[in-house]
Design a protein around this ligand. Structure first.
Ligand SMILES: Cc1ncc(C[n+]2csc(CCOP(=O)(O)OP(=O)(O)O)c2C)c(N)n1
Ligand SMILES: CC(=O)[C@@H](O)[C@H](O)COP(=O)(O)O
Ligand SMILES: [Mg+2]
Length: 621
């Protein structure tokens, strides 16, 4: 049984084990992961599915000289356990603790950092090409899931790698799941490869038969060749990948260590790019996760026996969004919803059940999601693209070129804006205001509460132009109840409180911290005014200028990077109106990547909670 006190494992230990020992280790590792993740949270089901695959990879390849690149990287826990990091798992995804993704500064075995999907083949190809230029001699392996294979980047890389002749191995970990059930025609194609063993048997028999046809004369020889070629398309499993220029091996049972090692050893001898199709079961070894791999994809703390999640269960912004969209869609048949493989996370699952014909899961393809929505919009539909802030980074040009230049009524419902917490720097949604604010035609809103999100969603569908609504992960901040009397009006800010000494102008969720700071300072005799901007673009210039003129000190606060964010917009406004007699401070995230950690830790670190705001204001007074 593995525990945090067990001997630290390294790949050499794995390479010295026979298949029986590896099988037993696989069992222990599964138990370790289930117990550990139940206490820390993390990506459970994906890791349980790749235990044997990871052991086989480290047995056959000589890491770290040979390079393994994990796509997304959420399935790298076993790789971490057997590369000397088992003892750090009690701090998995915590502030200053072990990352849930590969990190180059954590280990020499982590050769490329990931977090976002579909990058592994590109990175592996780059590493292979550098190796070839340097005349080095090592193997490069990309491990990509069937979900990640729905991303366009993966195909750009297959296209390039397939024609490159370079030695490179792609392991396709096919468990038929993205976070939810995998979608699209490639997924159906892979299912066919998995489920039709007759396919390969028939192909083998036929090839044998064709070989036996005696070649009598040129014409017959040519005809036989042509027949072979056309039959190949029907009969060769993995023909799609073969046509891309890869040698296809598989499908192989990804839970049989012996078979995995065999096929990996075989692949090492093949020149040029190779794709090995490995079939695994997501959640393998934990019955509850095998049954509901979607539910156990990414988890908080849970009870191992019952599978019950033990965290808080207040209504989240995502749930409110999904609920409100259903109501709006009931009244307007032109409303359609689009997700890039995140129906559950974005709160669209119920929508998909209520309106199956008006719901589109396009796979892990954010760029396509946005342009496809633009196509829906030019045809009179009202598309709402629900997407995490961090993943929308992929679709910058699609927003600009396909939506905003044509001024199309596409609503971007940007979930997980601001701090997401445990996933860390690859996933923090702290750039959206900066990468959207400068695009002409777009309206940007940020609700201070789940109630305001409902109103903003309803308004966004009436504005007939591109709209982004950015809202955070999780629930309303506990303990702060707003007096929600000021109804949302288009392009109008909300004056929550007037004061004399300091004005805070807040954006979205940060209004809650500002609200508490304003009241706490009031109790100490400092009279603070508070405006909830509601509209980041266009700013409600009249209200803002009318209020700002009454104060000497102005503080802006946002859960975005300071550079190019909401506060920058206020500075631009003041500069355009030649207002230079104010003391101003823009609060937000500094020019660095925000690490992993829970909300309170991070808001405290960056002085963005009410305590931090009070500290800033006292320093300014
Ligand atoms: C660009 C991007 N969009 C969305 C996600 C969210 N995401 C993380 S894992 C995942 C599913 C990946 O499926 P697959 O590659 O098959 O791995 P599995 O979990 O099935 O092992 C998704 C959609 C992401 N990481 N990156
Ligand atoms: C690995 C990945 O990108 C997702 O699984 C992500 O961790 C989901 O985040 P939420 O838990 O916020 O839905
Ligand atoms: Mg998968």
């Amino acid at each position: 049984m593995l525990s945090h006190n067990s001997k630290i494992l390294y790949p050499e230990d794995i390479r010295n084990m026979d298949d029986k020992e590896l099988k037993s280790l696989a069992h222990d590792i599964r138990e370790f992961i289930i117990q550990n993740v139940s206490k820390t949270g993390g990506h459970l089901a994906s890791n349980l599915g790749v235990v044997e695959l990871t052991l086989a990879l480290h047995s056959v390849y000589k890491t770290p000289e040979d390079k393994i690149i994990w796509d997304v990287g959420h399935q790298s826990y076993i790789h971490k356990i057997i590369t000397g990091r088992m003892h750090h798992f009690d701090k998995l995804r915590q502030f200053n603790g072990l990352s849930g993704f590969p990190k180059r500064n954590e280990s020499i075995y982590d050769v490329f950092q990931t977090g976002h999907s579909s990058t592994s083949i590109s990175a592996a190809l780059g590493i292979s090409r550098a190796r070839d230029i340097n005349k080095d001699d090592f193997h490069v392996v990309a491990v990509i899931g069937d979900g990640a294979l729905t991303g366009g980047m993966a195909f750009e890389a297959l296209n390039d790698a397939g024609a490159s002749n370079t030695n490179l191995t792609v392991i396709l970990n096919d468990n038929q799941m993205s976070i939810s059930k995998n979608v699209g025609s490639i997924s159906s194609y892979l299912s066919k490869l998995r489920t039709e063993p007759a396919y390969s048997k028939f192909k083998h028999n036929l090839e044998q038969m064709l070989k036996k046809i005696p070649v009598v004369g040129k014409d017959i020889a040519k005809a036989v060749e042509r027949m072979k070629d056309s039959l190949k398309y029907f009969l060769v499993p993995g023909m799609l990948f073969e046509d891309f220029g890869f040698t296809y091996l598989g499908p192989v049972d990804g839970h049989d260590i012996g078979m995995l090692k065999d096929v990996l050893l075989r692949s090492k001898k093949i020149k040029g790019p190779v794709l090995i199709h490995v079939m695994t079961k997501k959640g393998k070894g934990y019955n509850l996760a095998e049954k509901r791999p979607d539910k156990f994809h990414g988890v908080g703390i849970f009870d191992v026996d019952t599978g019950e999640f033990l965290g808080k269960s207040n209504t989240t912004y995502s749930e409110v969004f999904g609920d409100e969209l259903i109501k709006l869609a009931q009244a307007d048949k032109n409303i359609v919803a689009v997700t890039a493989a995140m129906p559950e996370g974005t709160g669209l699952t119920n929508f998909s059940r209520n309106f199956p014909d008006r719901f589109f899961d396009v796979g892990i393809a954010e760029q396509h999601a946005v342009t496809m929505a633009a196509g829906l919009a030019v045809s009179g539909m009202k598309p709402v693209v629900a997407v995490y802030s961090t993943f929308l980074q992929r679709a910058y040009d699609q927003i600009l070129h396909d939506v905003c230049i044509q001024n199309l009524p596409v609503v971007l419902a940007i979930d997980r804006s601001g701090i997401v917490g445990d996933d860390g720097e690859t996933h923090q949604g702290v750039f959206d205001l900066s990468f959207l604010r400068h695009i002409p035609n777009i309206v940007i809103m940020a609700p201070k509460s789940t109630k305001e999100l409902r109103e903003m969603l309803s308004l966004s569908l009436k504005l007939n132009c591109p709209v982004a609504i950015r809202y955070p992960r999780g629930t309303d901040i506990e303990g702060i109840v707003f007096n929600e009397q000021v109804k949302l009006e288009p392009y109008k800010a909300e004056v929550i409180k007037r004061g004399k000494d300091v004005l805070i102008i807040s954006c979205g969720k940060m209004t809650a911290f500002a609200y508490k700071a304003a009241w706490d300072l009031g109790n100490s005799g400092i009279d603070v005014g508070l405006i909830n901007a509601r509209f980041v673009k266009p700013l409600d210039e009249n209200t803002l200028l009318n209020e700002i003129k009454n104060y000497r000190i102005v503080v802006t606060i946002e859960d975005n990077v300071i550079k190019g964010g909401f506060g920058s917009g206020i500075l631009e406004l003041l500069s355009q109106h030649n207002i230079s007699d104010k003391k101003i401070k823009t609060l937000g995230f500094p020019d660095e990547f925000v690490p992993q950690g829970n909300y309170s830790k991070l808001f405290d670190k960056y002085n963005l909670d009410s305590k931090g705001i009070i500290k800033t204001i006292l320093n300014m007074l």
